[in-house]
Design a binder for this molecule. Structure first.
Ligand code: 4AD
Ligand code: MG
Length: 477
C-alpha cells in the first residue's frame, strides 16, 4: 500500500478505504486522539487510536515528537475541524521522543527561542508555512525564466574577483594560519596558497553571468552569495541566495520591466498555489499586529499587500526626483529622519526608501539613475556625466529587494571608470574581453531571495526565512 501524504488525504473523500501514513506526533489527547503531521500541510490528520486493544507500554510511547506509522481506515470525521480521520488498526512507533526532554512543547514559542533550535523549528506551523513558501518561490523563479527561454548558469562560488568592488569578502584559504608564508616584502605569500593566489567566496555571480549572456543572450543564476558586511540587521545575512538574470541587447527600461514581471509572476504563483500557508501566515501576522500600538500597525493584511503588488504598476522614479520629494517632505523638514536629506548625491538610507514606498507612494518603487559615486564600477554612464543607469526596487516593509543596472559596454569608458575607482584592469582582463570582442548593450539585476521570502511570508526577521542563518557571531548547525 503506497503511503499517502496528509495534504492529499485531507483532500480525499473518506470511503472506508485502507490507508497507511507516516508522520510525527504533534499532540496526543485522552489516550485516543493523535494529531499527526508529516510536513505536507499545517493541518494535522486526526488518528483515532483503538486504545482498548493496545498495550499500555505502547500507548505511552505515543508522545509529542515521536515518529510513527499508522494503518487503518479513512472515515468521515464526527469531530469538529476536520472532514476525515483515520481509524487506526495498528500504530507502529518508528522513533521515540522523550516528552520530558523534547524542546518543542505543544504551546506557542517565541521566534527567538525557535531560532536557537533551528534544527527542530521546521516542525512548527509557522516554519512549515515559511519553508513550503520558500520552496514554491524557488520553483516559480525557475519556471518564470525557463518559460522565457533564459539559460540557468552556474557561476563559481570560489573566485578571485570582488564583483561589487566593495571588499566585503570572506577569504578562502588552506594556508596554515599559524605559519603564514611571507614574501620578500613581508606580506602573505598567496602564491603558496591552494589556488596560487588570494581567493574568496563570491559576493555576486554577475560578472561571470555577463560573460555567459554575451553568448547565450539571456541567462540567470540562482545560487548562494556571501558578504562579510558587519550589519546586524533584520535584513542582512552573511550567506544569502541571489537570483541574477543578465540580458544581452537590453537596456535599463527592459531591465526594469523584466524585474517587475518576475516579481509579479512569483507572487502570483504562490497566491495560486500556496493559499493555505499564506492564509495561516496572514492570520499570524494579523495577531502580531494587534500587539502593536495603533500608529505602528500596517494598513494592510499580508494577503492584501501581496494582491496589491500583483495588481499595481511599480512607480518609476529617478534618483533626482526622489531627492526632491524627500527634501521637500514634512518628514525631512520636521527633522524626523535620522539622516536629513540636504543635497543631491547622498546615498539613500533605508528610512528614506521606506518613506517613499510606505508613506509617499504606497506602492513598490523603482528608483533609477543614481549618482555614479555611490554605485559600482560596471554601471553604464549616462550622458549627464553624473549618473549611471542603475536601478533599485524598493518594497513596502523591506526596502531594497532588487539592485541592478545597465552595464557599461563601451571599453574606453569602462577602463577609465575602473582606473578612477582603483580597480586593476589586469585582474579583470577576462571581463574586459567581452567589451573587446562583440560588445553590446546589456543589463541585469540581482534579487535577494530571502528578502523576497520575507516579503511574501510577512515575517519580520530575515533569520526566520532561511533554514540556518549565518550572521555576525553566529554560525550554528
Ligand atoms: O544590490 P546588490 O549588492 O547587487 C549586486 O550584487 C549586483 N551584482 C546584482 C546584479 O546586478 N546582478 O545585491 C542585490 C540584492 C539586493 O537588492 C538585496 O535584495 C540582496 O541582493 N542582498 C542581500 N540580502 C540579504 N543579505 C545581504 N547581506 C544582502 N546584500 C544584498
Ligand atoms: Mg544594492
Amino acid at each position: 500500500m503506497k503511503p499517502l501524504r496528509i495534504s492529499e488525504l485531507l483532500a480525499t473523500e473518506a470511503k472506508e478505504q485502507e490507508i497507511t501514513v507516516y508522520g510525527w506526533v504533534r499532540t496526543f489527547r485522552n489516550n485516543q486522539f493523535i494529531a499527526l503531521n508529516d510536513g505536507s500541510t499545517n493541518n494535522n490528520l486526526q488518528v483515532v487510536v483503538d486504545f482498548q486493544n493496545m498495550a499500555e507500554a505502547e500507548l505511552k510511547r505515543i508522545t509529542t515528537g515521536a515518529a510513527i506509522r499508522a494503518q487503518g481506515i479513512l472515515i468521515p470525521s464526527l469531530g469538529k475541524g476536520q472532514t476525515v480521520e483515520l481509524k487506526a488498526k495498528t500504530i507502529d512507533i518508528i522513533g521515540d521522543s522523550d516528552a520530558e526532554k523534547y524542546p518543542l512543547q505543544p504551546k506557542k514559542h517565541s521566534l527567538e527561542f525557535l531560532r536557537e533550535i533551528a534544527h527542530l523549528r521546521f516542525r512548527t506551523n509557522t516554519f512549515g508555512s515559511v519553508f513550503r513558501l520558500r520552496n514554491s518561490l524557488a520553483f516559480a523563479v525557475h519556471q518564470f525564466f525557463q518559460q522565457k527561454g533564459f539559460l540557468y548558469m552556474h557561476t563559481p562560488i570560489i573566485t578571485s574577483s570582488d564583483a561589487e568592488g566593495a571588499g566585503e569578502m570572506f577569504r578562502v584559504t588552506n594556508l596554515d594560519l599559524n605559519k603564514l608564508p611571507k614574501n620578500e616584502t613581508g606580506q602573505i605569500d598567496f602564491a603558496q596558497d591552494f589556488f596560487g593566489k588570494s581567493t574568496n567566496l563570491t559576493v555576486s555571480g554577475q560578472l561571470e553571468g555577463e560573460l555567459a549572456a554575451m553568448a547565450f543572450g539571456n541567462i540567470y543564476t540562482f545560487g548562494p552569495t556571501f558578504r562579510a558586511e558587519n550589519s546586524n540587521t533584520a535584513r542582512h545575512l552573511a550567506e544569502f541566495w541571489m537570483i541574477e538574470p543578465e540580458m544581452a541587447f537590453c537596456d535599463l527600461q527592459g531591465n526594469m520591466a523584466l524585474a517587475q514581471e518576475m516579481l509579479q509572476y512569483v507572487i502570483g504563483h504562490v497566491l495560486d498555489n500556496n493559499k493555505e500557508d499564506l492564509e495561516f501566515l496572514n492570520t499570524r501576522l494579523a495577531e502580531e499586529e494587534k500587539q502593536k500600538p495603533q500608529q505602528e500597525r500596517s494598513e494592510w493584511s499580508l494577503l492584501e499587500k501581496l494582491q496589491f503588488c500583483l495588481d499595481s504598476d511599480f512607480v518609476r522614479l529617478s534618483y533626482t526626483e526622489a531627492i526632491d520629494i524627500l527634501r521637500e517632505s514634512n518628514h525631512n523638514k520636521k527633522k524626523k529622519f535620522q539622516y536629513l536629506v540636504d543635497k543631491w548625491g547622498v546615498d539613500l538610507q533605508s528610512e528614506h526608501e521606506r518613506y517613499l514606498v510606505e508613506k509617499h507612494f504606497k506602492k513598490p518603487v523603482i528608483l533609477y539613475n543614481y549618482p555614479k559615486e555611490i554605485k559600482a564600477f560596471y554601471m553604464r554612464q549616462n550622458e549627464d556625466g553624473k549618473t549611471v543607469a542603475a536601478m533599485d526596487i524598493l518594497f513596502p516593509g523591506i526596502g531594497e529587494i532588487v539592485g541592478g543596472s545597465q552595464r557599461e559596454e563601451r571599453l574606453d569608458l569602462l577602463e577609465t571608470r575602473m582606473k578612477e575607482m582603483g580597480i586593476h584592469a589586469e585582474d579583470l582582463n577576462w571581463y574586459l574581453d567581452t567589451r573587446r570582442f562583440g560588445s553590446c548593450p546589456h543589463a541585469g539585476f540581482g534579487l535577494g531571495f530571502e528578502r523576497l521570502v520575507l516579503f511574501v511570508t510577512g515575517m519580520t526577521n530575515i533569520r526566520d526565512v532561511i533554514p540556518f542563518p549565518r550572521t555576525p557571531k553566529n554560525c550554528e548547525f
